[in-house]
Design a protein around this ligand. Structure first.
Ligand code: ADP
Ligand code: MG
Length: 179
């Protein structure tokens, strides 16, 4: 059976950046094959664990060159992305929606704010603090847990594939993780 979880030890922020870049490449491969596909990815962990930092490296790793700010006050920040270089003739226009639900006062605030449709768009949703929605979110394809280590810059990142298509994404990630 294909492995469905993987843990990456990051000794410094550059390791986190490198791991996010590898996931970006695996997601890129997925969206070139499935330009209309959608994935839900959770980012779990304490304040300061590195959820926003990981999301920033991931979104930039997918080619976004602008600023990736924390969606703490807006709940959601959308990032339009063009995947593929066009040389091969393959391109996908997708949106990364980066959520931070920490400040929600009600589990359904994300729906009332009109964000439900983002969960059907071509692309993916990255959700920090999904537990604030108390089970009202669509199912996750991938869950990620970030924990701080003993050292100030050390982090451990565990990634779990839930859906079949995300198991394939992880398979591609494993092959890069050993490089
Ligand atoms: P969260 O979104 O989980 O609350 P942030 O990403 O906002 O956390 O903050 C994490 C902080 O930790 C940032 O200031 C980042 O520069 C720092 N940091 C230090 N080492 C790492 C690492 N290995 N991975 C991620 N962030 C790190
Ligand atoms: Mg954050």
């Amino acid at each position: 059976m294909a492995q469905d979880s993987y843990t990456q030890h990051c000794r410094q922020e550059a390791d986190t950046a490198a791991f996010a870049k590898k996931l970006a490449i695996s997601l890129q491969e997925f969206f070139l094959l499935h330009p209309q596909g959608h994935l839900n990815i959770s980012l779990e962990g304490d304040l300061g664990a590195g959820k926003t930092t990981f999301a920033r490296y991931l979104i930039q790793g997918l080619g976004f060159s602008g600023r990736v700010k924390s969606p703490t006050y807006t709940l959601c920040e959308p990032y339009p992305l063009i995947i593929g270089n066009g040389k091969s003739g393959r391109q996908a226009h997708i949106t990364a929606n980066h959520f931070d639900l920490y400040r929600m006062r009600d589990p359904l605030e994300w729906q009332e704010a009109g964000f439900a449709e983002h969960f059907d768009e071509a692309g993916f949703c990255l959700v920090e603090w999904p537990n604030k929605a108390e089970g009202t979110l669509p199912a996750f394809d991938i869950t990620m847990q970030l924990t701080s280590g003993s050292d100030e810059h050390a982090r451990e990142i565990t990634i779990h594939a839930i859906s079949q298509e995300s198991i394939n994404i992880l398979k591609s990630l494993f092959s890069k993780a050993d490089e």
